[in-house]
Write a protein that binds this ligand. Sequence first.
Ligand code: PDD
Length: 285
Amino acid sequence: MPRIAYVNGRYLPAPDALVSIEDRGYQFADGVYEVCEVRGGAIIDERRHIERLRRSLDELRIPLPVAQAALAVIMRETIRRNRVRNGIVYVQMTRGVARRDFAFPPPGTLPSIVVTARSLDLSGSEKKARHGIAVVTVPESRWARPDIKSISLLPNVLAKQAARDRGAGEAWFVDREGRVTEGASSNAWIVTRDGRVVTRPADNGILRGITRTVLIGVIKAQNLLFEERPFTVEEAYSAREAFVTAASQIVMPVVRIDDRPIGDGLPGPVAKALRESFHGHAEWS
Ligand code: PDD
């Protein structure tokens, strides 16, 4: 069965699902995206993801090209046509197709939409979570607005490749003060020696992860000690646990940072418990 993608009004086999070379996503990375988890055929935290998509579009002054209800239908239809039970659905919107010019295209230029869906192996990701992943740190090199979920991801691409080159699964960006901002495609967390769960405040410097938002609710419901504050790489090295969060990974334990074992070098109990509780707190639709 060929993969099916939705492109500007049509469902097409992936090889025929093409956008113009003058699409501003292709020319300037002038667009935004969202990734939602699909679980048991349902979309996880769709409402929050769509809210964030609308915010990213507003920040870049790109109009939402379809009604929100129509977008929900397109996402479901793409999931259905690809027979995805467990996996992800990807939504990308760009400022549309226009002759190459840095400033915005003429009014009336229709933004482009691409929606794809693909299956992920649940047992594979459970196995990964049982072992945990390694992280490497890299200097923060992104623009000042990572809170916008822009498709302009070159620093993230290079960071992820640096991680892969060193046998790690994720890279953490570190600012000039030595504080961890977030992962190349995830939010960063530690559990301190005295049991406090810590993550950086979601200002303009990081993406306000939906998994992060939902997980803060889980942490509060479980009466864990929670601190929303920056933490340094040094503090992370000596933490009892570390983990990352993203829609595609939920809660993924981190067992090594820059080749130093975290805690006893195995996934920690807090990360494990949070991973198990997450879906009970998320919205299914
Ligand atoms: N990435 N920070 C960055 C830089 C991200 O790219 C992501 C998600 C997150 C976590 O956000 P959320 O919990 O809403 O998924 C944080 C997605 C999964 C991706 O680009 O594939």
